[in-house]
Structures are given as C-alpha cells and as structure tokens.
Design a protein around this ligand. Structure first.
Ligand code: ADP
Length: 188
C-alpha cells in the first residue's frame, strides 16, 4: 500500500468487491447489463439487485446505454459498499481518439457522483486497462492526475483507493505516480 496526496489517495492491491468503502466504481460497458472482468465480479458478488437497478436506468433514462466517460450510481446490493458507480471507459485505439480525455472524464464524473452522495471513501479499479486495452502506464498517469486534481479542489470524497488486481499493475502505478511527483518537484 502506498499513500499519496497526504493520504487521500491510496494505491493498493486486492479484489475491489471486498472493499468496505462508501462506493466502489465499476468499469462497466455501455449496456450496463454486465460483462467480464471487474464488472462480472461486482455483479456476481453484489447479487441481482444491482442488475435490476441498471435495467431500470436503461429503461427510463438511458435507452441507448451509458456513453463513454459518463457515470451512473446504483445501490451496492450484497456488497459491503453502499453504492456502485458504473462508468464506461474508452476502448483504446491509437491514443488519438480522445482516449485520455474520456478516461479522465470517467474519474471526474465518478468522483462527482460520489461527492453528490456524500461518499467519503471511494475505490476505483484501473478503468480501461483490461479488455479495453488502455496502456497501463498511460492510464496510471491519467488516473493519478485526474484524482489528484479532484482531491485538491474538493474535500469530499476524503479518501480514494486505487485498487490493482496484480502486484505488477500496482507497482507500475506507484512508479508512474512517483515519476509525476518528482517532475513537479523538479519544476519548483
Ligand atoms: P475494462 O473493460 O475497462 O478494460 P476490465 O474489467 O477488463 O475493464 O479490467 C479493468 C481492470 O480491472 C484490469 O486491470 C483488471 O485486472 C482489473 N480487475 C479485474 N477484476 C478485478 C477485481 N475483482 N478487483 C479489482 N480489479 C479487478
């Protein structure tokens, strides 16, 4: 576990469905009807109540699905987390299709929803770095920057966990974060 930003961003290794936080973020797809990876794990562990709410959202406000970069919130079902925030990361193409901006929007919009529901603790998976193919180091840079900027400007959420499924993913994030902080330091 490594802390950044005065302990308000914590990078750690684990299964996000175990996290006892106010909200966990799901790297969903635009259908909101479930998928593989972290999405599948969240629905399996959280039970059918989450999918029911997602279906309601589709029927009432999102007939065409959730656009990339946006986020919606449901209850957490049987998870320890009270809420699940579903966001759709960009599919990596070549880096010139607004992938960075869309991934940044995922973090910002998810944090906005968390704040709107008074969630003081939030856990994120590494959005888009699985089947969506976003290069991990570049995704780490976007995530670390977007979360850092949000925490700087807002007091809620108080603490954000970046949860990595493997030690390598975790280490890559920590290395990238330290490189960014070092570069900022060197400028000052
Ligand atoms: P995407 O479609 O956005 O790429 P994936 O679910 O395929 O989403 O992968 C996103 C990241 O989540 C990957 O780095 C993957 O290793 C990680 N992941 C998968 N399952 C879990 C889990 N249970 N807890 C935390 N992270 C997970």
């Amino acid at each position: 576990m490594t802390e950044f930003y005065n302990g308000r961003l914590i990078a750690t290794i684990g299964d996000i469905t175990d996290f006892e936080v106010d909200a966990i973020v799901n790297a969903a797809n635009s259908s909101l009807l479930g998928g593989g990876g972290v999405d599948g794990a969240i629905h399996r562990r959280g039970g059918p109540a989450i999918l029911q709410e997602c279906k309601q959202l589709r029927r009432h406000s999102l007939p065409d699905g959730l656009p990339t970069g946006k986020a919606v919130i449901t209850g957490g079902g049987r998870l320890a987390a009270r809420y699940v925030i579903h966001t759709v990361g960009p599919v990596w193409q070549d880096g010139n299709r607004r992938e960075d901006a869309l991934l940044e929007a995922c973090y910002r919009n998810s944090l906005d929803l968390a704040a709107g529901h008074a969630a003081t603790t939030v856990a994120f998976p590494a959005i888009s770095t699985g089947v969506y193919g976003f290069p991990r180091e570049r995704a780490a840079r976007v995530a670390f920057g977007a979360i850092g900027e949000y925490l700087y400007r807002n007091t809620v959420p108080r603490t954000v966990y970046c949860v990595f499924f493997s030690h390598d993913d975790y280490q890559e994030f920590v290395d990238e974060a330290n490189a960014i902080l070092q570069a900022v330091n060197d400028q000052e």
